[in-house]
Write a protein that binds this ligand. Structure first.
Ligand code: SF4
Length: 78
């Protein structure tokens, strides 16, 4: 899997802890960073393809990401 997109990841220039908030913690700063990130689509695709369950990827929260992963797996299985 090509992950050259990581070189342009905006989160590389910020506090990584923002992307792994404590339960109940805010996701807003991470999501704001993602919305301005030039590789958001690639990041989200990677997270879905690899079944990531933790942290903020591509501007979506853990719960949103888990839902997207479930949908993607269901589509593959259909
Ligand atoms: S979309 Fe968000 S998590 Fe993904 S690389 Fe960009 S800043 Fe990082």
């Amino acid at each position: 899997m090509n992950d050259a997109w990581r070189e342009d990841a905006l989160c590389q220039q910020t506090d990584p802890a923002l992307f792994h908030p404590e339960p109940g913690g805010t996701t807003i700063p991470a999501k704001r960073t993602c919305m301005a990130c030039p590789v958001r689509r690639e990041c989200l695709d990677y997270a879905i393809d690899t079944g990531q369950h933790w942290g903020i990827w591509g501007g979506v929260s853990q719960n949103e990401l888990r839902r997207l992963v479930r949908v993607a797996r269901a589509e593959v299985a259909a």
